[in-house]
Design a protein around this ligand. Sequence first.
Ligand code: PRP
Length: 179
Amino acid sequence: MENFIEEVVLSNEEIVRICEKIGKQITEDYQNKNPLLVGLLKGSVPFMAELMKHIKCDMEIDFMEVSSYAGVNSTGAVTILKDVKADIRGRDIILVEDIVDTGLTIQEVINFLGSRGARSIEIATLLDKPAGRTVKCQIPKYIGLEIEPKFVVGFGLDYNQKYRNLPYVGVLKRWVYEK
Ligand code: PRP
């Protein structure tokens, strides 16, 4: 374990097991529906890559990038930096996230995609931090692990853009972000 990590929250083996389980559920839930998995850049990339390997029905992927502004909790708080390419009218969408915290990002994206005629929208997130919610947000259907309000990095999750490349999720030691 790296010296800046206090404890491992999810080992790589556990992440793979989670992706197998969620992949199996999605396979069962979306037979003949050709779901569109929409990953939110950049944090979702490793989770998307592992999860999609375990989905055994037809599916497609696309990505969006949004920027959120801390402290703002009204409509329009999220700016769309990159939109999906696919026409989403009538599509069954699964939003893929590394973490749902305040719920702001995911809810704004749901409102945005919902207004463009998606048939259904569900959320698959590796981590859920329910204590962090500041907005009313759709409950994720597929959750890898519910966590306490701690500062976690790795497997896509960053601190100042670093640590996304760790193969596991861990709690960052305080001195790293308090120095
Ligand atoms: C992170 C994470 C989620 C969002 C969750 O993204 O990937 O998208 O924050 O937080 P919320 O529920 O409070 O909105 P970030 O904006 O840091 O971008 P990134 O994916 O590039 O790390």
